[in-house]
Design a protein. Sequence first.
Length: 715
Amino acid sequence: MKEDGFSEGTYVLPGPPLKIDRREFFKVAGGGILVLFTIGDTSTLPGQGPQSEYPTDFNAYLLIGEDGKVQCFTGKIEMGQGVITSLAQEAADELDVSLDTIEMVMGDTALCPWDRGTFGSRTTRFFGPALRAAAAEARAVLVELASERLKTPKDRLAVENGLVFERDRKDNRVTYAQLARGRKITRKIEGTAAEKAVSEFKVIGIPTPRIDALEKVAGKAKYAGDIRYPGMLYARILRPPAHRAQLKSLDTSAAEKMKGVLVVREEDLTAVLHEDPGMAAQSLDAVKADFDIPEERVDDKNIFEHLLQSAPEGQGSEERGSLAEGEKLSARIFEETYLNSYVAHAPVETHTAAASYRDGKIELWVSTQSPFGDQRRVAEALGIPEENVRVRAPFVGGGFGGKTSNPQAVEAARLSRLTGRPVQVARTREEEFFLDTFRPAAVVKIKSGIDRQGRMSLWDYKVYFAGSRGSDQFYDVPHNLITTYGASWGGLPGAHPFATGAWRAPGANTNVFARESHIDLMASRAGIDPLEFRLANLKDERMIRVLEAVAEKSGWARSPAPSGRGVGISCGIDSGTYVAAVAEVEVDRQSGRILVKRVVCAQDMGLVINPLGAKVQMEGCITMGLGYALTEEIHFRGGQISDLNFGTYEIPRFSWVPQIETVLIDAKDFPVQGGGEPAIINMGAVTANALHDATGARLWQLPMTPERVREALKG
């Protein structure tokens, strides 16, 4: 146990090992040059707190230490998206140091300033520019110090690999380490330091293997489930058989008689604990509980009718012209409804937390996208000050929006205080499915029209319970209205029979599936090639460019659909990134199975920090997107979930992975945009459009299961 009351556990993230008070930072870190900065991103997610909570002083800092090493402290976390590498690249380039000089200290509430969380492909877009500006400020400070020390004007100095030297006398030089030694300088960024031009980059834009790759490939990377405290207990918690079920009776006597088993009951929490996780599971089986399960009428078959009946008043946006006038101008009207089912996050790593409570303080290791949100919730649950709660996020084994709220952290914290021992709570796979905040089932209704020249004249778009993300109208339509019903992913109380939430590119997968399927439908019925139809109805040059790029790379042959070739196209904008995809499929008409053989994807994401990382993210999005497009669907009746493991809930397999080809548009002059989610948004639509091109059948609901395909082929 350390002096501040926090133990180290068995794995320590890089960086100073003590709890840091901002005002006494240098007492812990030693000397150096500290640059404070704020991201300036005031976006929020439901449950993440009001915008007024966002710090106005700083929420990240950069430290150039006396050893010449550079540490960046941020509340952002690494969950496989690769920002541990791309952020380090940005800092290294602006500071003119080698990449191995940079150390990212992430997701530790005792070391890092407050941050709202890691979600929405926002880290690179919003944190990256702030980090670059801070690094540029730090470099300017170092050059100032070097000018004094070398007795040389700043304009005669150059910097290379952490060394400041006089251009005409390279032996007149000094290292960053020498400049930082014995200094205690704090600088709050004012944005006055000049950042590098694109032409000056040496690290940014270079394909770079991930910093954490070796750890992960070698199995050395630590996750919350790898944390071991001395004397730690493994907890299993009594869960109801259905959401909203009420406990009627409970008998824990058999579990209490088992050797080494500790039974804990407090209000809504009943848990059994043991030093061996297998024994904890056995003791839970010995607990006898009877629940009152409410009678339910809503299931996965009638949920869409229920949602339409539950929908609140709609909120209109992007209104242009008049829908009535658009109808008059339309030579043909198209009206269809599109559906998607509930989808689970299904991360490889289930929600896990290890907690150690002692002397009024608690330390937790949590698989989380929001360390500071967990800190607040644990503090509230235990009734202790937030500064007495330390949350640490090691590597996170997949989040996809599902780990922004983490009840397992509160459960572990309560149990550790109640037992007086460290406790780990790790959900089983069945619990992970049951307790998930699913991507909401949703309905999209579209009424559109085209004139006699095949130009879009009407777009009346209504989306229920998916939200507006991805519904933005970038096509050139004179009479347009987008109406959102139940804008939040969580919807309205009572609308969904269980919790729902953000799922990778939340809302966009639903909206792009509906919009791009409908665009294809109009093109097909007008007898126009789907690419030509899109290009004819676009003025946005960046969207035109990604469509032309994906068409060229894929070898697109212009022909109205269905052509029998099994080729589809789709495009969209997400996280500021323009993205288009072409897919080639093969359909087994007897079984109804769709085999996606090839996917070509083009992205314009502005300045690309790490092209290798960006392409890997595109490939991951495409692979994950096959799941929601083809098989992923939660079956349920009321609050009872039928799919509790991968035996019935089928995610993409290695055998599914198609040939994937990626294109990154050279757009260095545009600001950096998000890359963790855009490529996934087209997978539903591009697959549906390729299915239609292959067979003439169109599916209106995701996922496109073999049963639904067979039914569509009959028609």
